[in-house]
Design a protein around this ligand. Structure first.
Ligand SMILES: *Cc1c(COP(=O)(O)O)cnc(C)c1O
Length: 392
């Protein structure tokens, strides 16, 4: 039984390669469920694409990625406020710091580690080095230094002196909202920060800018090393290279008034229960359509809630091009669909297409289709990544 992610490898790799021209010097973001692919799979793809730097969500993700040693820079996007382990002092790590508290915590955690395990720092005469990305506040209002704290940014590198930790600012980072902010106001915020940053040649990590805007910023501010963080747009784009399908496991006739399933609901009509692979553990949920953008979507959403009240739930599984109905809420690894008696039925063993949100999906199987063209991705030795080149 399987919920399977089919990846058209050739098209996917071509898209990864093309992304470099739309966002030169970008850094791949690898986090969470690995956008449906898994973090290790993506780390491997990034490496094969010649990327020398990647970003991960948390320090725990950094620890889990066995590939870590093969990157020059590993940027951790979420501030760390947990006890560190000796391995966390690895030189490729860059920690995001969005407040004085974040910095103080890291400095003292580094100092504690260095004191308790004096041999973990390779060059033993040297002080432990803490490399940071300084997070600046954007309209997101997520963690980040406020503009009024700009003066403090000048003192960041001396913050570790007393504790014997050498703090290096590797770059500045700003995270823009995905929606609801114009390109012009993003640019205004960037420029306001550029005037306040204590160096003329900073590395600047940005996100959620269009390719046109990113390319223009690079042209207008060539002294800045612009690094675009890309997740969804890189790994999934329009999802044209992924195909998700679920195996039909069993089909049972059910009659009006008969009880069935976990909830022992009564069937309202004659029909069939169609058991398919994929359940709540795979991210199959009784979900509303993900966003409402138009009147048409709003009407769909209203229809969805009305049907919900009637205990009828559209499922993300489709058969012959049409959405199917859940017979009851998804089980952990299986879902039960209801097909009315007049409807055509799939065969057991057949696969039905499923629409899942890739950032919450977990698959039983991954199958790559389409052979690889050797020259799609330059190998890492042929290509040097400019990421972070300016400051390190
Ligand atoms: C997740 C994340 C990204 C990537 O976001 P996508 O929408 O998946 O491209 C970029 N920057 C930061 C700080 C993030 O946490």
């Amino acid at each position: 039984m399987s919920l399977t992610l089919y990846l058209n490898r050739k098209v996917w790799l071509r898209h990864l390669a093309e992304t470099e021209s739309r966002f030169p010097g970008f850094i791949p973001v690898i986090k969470g469920n690995g956008y449906g692919f898994g973090n290790e799979f993506l780390a491997n793809a990034a490496q094969r694409a010649g990327k020398r730097s990647i970003a991960v969500g948390t320090v725990e993700e950094a620890r889990h990625l066995g590939e870590e040693g093969s990157f020059d820079h590993l940027l951790i996007l979420t501030p760390v406020l947990n006890e560190l382990e000796p391995d966390d002092l690895r030189p490729e790590r860059i920690y995001t710091v969005g407040s004085r508290q974040h910095l103080d915590y890291l400095v003292s955690a580094f100092a504690r580690l260095a004191d308790s395990k004096p041999n973990i720092w390779s060059g033993q005469e040297r002080r432990p080095e803490l490399r940071i990305a300084v997070k600046l506040q954007s309209a997101m209002k997520r963690y980040g230094f406020a503009r009024e704290e700009a003066d403090f940014l000048r003192q960041l590198e001396s913050a570790g002196e007393e504790a014997g930790v050498a703090v290096h600012v590797e770059g500045y980072a700003i995270h823009f909202p995905k929606e609801g902010m114009s390109a012009a106001s993003k640019e205004a915020q960037l420029k306001a920060w550029l005037e306040r940053i204590p160096t003329d040649t900073p590395t600047f990590f940005v996100s959620h800018l269009s390719s046109a805007q990113y390319l223009r910023l690079r042209e207008e501010h060539p002294q800045v090393n612009w690094v675009m963080r890309l997740g969804t747009d890189l790994w999934l784009k329009d999802k044209s290279f992924v195909d998700v399908r679920a195996t039909v496991l069993d089909i049972q006739p059910v009659f009006r008034g008969e009880r069935f399933g976990y909830k022992q609901r009564k069937a309202k009509r004659d029909g069939h229960l169609v058991y398919v692979a994929g359940g709540s553990a795979n991210g199959v949920g009784l979900e509303a359509p993900p966003s409402v953008q138009s009147m048409k979507d709003a009407l769909k959403l209203t229809a969805f809630w009305v049907l919900n009240l009637l205990n009828r739930n559209l499922s993300p599984y489709t058969f012959q091009g049409k959405r199917t109905w859940f017979a009851e809420p998804p089980h952990m690894q299986t879902s039960v669909l209801f097909f009315p008696s007049a409807a055509a039925l799939p065969g057991v063993g057949e696969e039905l297409p499923v629409q899942l949100r890739m950032t919450t999906a977990h698959f039983d199987r991954y199958i790559e289709e389409g052979e690889e063209e050797e020259d799609l991705l330059p190998s890492s030795s042929e290509k040097s990544d400019q990421t972070l080149g300016a400051t390190s």
